[in-house]
Design a protein around this ligand. Sequence first.
Ligand code: CTP
Ligand SMILES: C[C@](O)(CO)[C@H](O)COP(=O)(O)O
Length: 258
Amino acid sequence: MTFEVDPHPLAQLGVVLVAAGRGERLGAGVPKAFVELGGRTLVEHCVETIVSLHGGGHLVIVVPEEAAAATLELASRLVPAGSAWEVAVTPGGRERHESVRFGVAALHETVDLVLVHDAARPLTPAALFERVGAEVRRTGASVIPALPVVDTLKRVSADRVVHETVDRAPLVAVQTPQGFPREQLAAAHDRLGSAPAGSEPTDDAEVVQRAGGSVRTVEGETLAHKLTTPGDLALLEALLQALLAERRLATTQPGGDR
Ligand SMILES: Nc1ccn([C@@H]2O[C@H](COP(=O)(O)OP(=O)(O)OP(=O)(O)O)[C@@H](O)[C@H]2O)c(=O)n1
Ligand SMILES: C[C@](O)(CO)[C@H](O)COP(=O)(O)O
């Protein structure tokens, strides 16, 4: 009899949920992670999904300092009784990469696999967290979700004149959660330090690549759409209504989840 040995036995899951941004492009008057979608904040949507992941883990939510106490209370209420999830909250930094670094530092020492997720992607399904985590475990590499680019791409100048069409075949749009062996992610963020203004990395895959690491992709999800501008809010509301209708239908079907 032969046994398959997992070459990368990353066992202890940690999730860093970054929610400390100001949401300037949305302009809602409150930090974006605390905007409501269908009566619940973006942070609540994300926490609910994360604490539903099998096996449990350590969730660190990174928020503006003044929101820390309220967020911890809110999030703790969402952890089901008897769950193997533990929740903590830590203050964020001025840039996203700083918030991630603080979040990773706040994870329990035993955590060896980290998923970094934007609170700004509130409808991201649990299946995407599982897919990214499974690929990190399978390969021992850093893994990000990606979707093909569907629009024709043009390079334009500041005065809006089109210069050329860009080949989209090798391009993808990337999402979160992004998954990493903890050592690789922490070392890459330590090496980055405070990037000079204007050259800040916009995702963690770039932080890892700047440190010389390689990154793989898995299929992303339309539902992982990011709330960036007011138009995204309308789109996410519509997606949420469609999801809720689908769930209602599933519970009323014969043999459905009653
Ligand atoms: N200093 C920062 C900046 C961003 N984020 C988080 O990173 C995610 C993605 O960032 P983005 O969509 O750019 O959010 P904001 O920075 O809030 O938006 P804006 O750039 O429009 O101000 C969000 O969940 C945001 O809360 C963070 O934790 N800390
Ligand atoms: C991390 C991210 O969501 C991946 O697409 C994205 O890079 C965040 O970028 P933003 O410009 O800070 O919104």
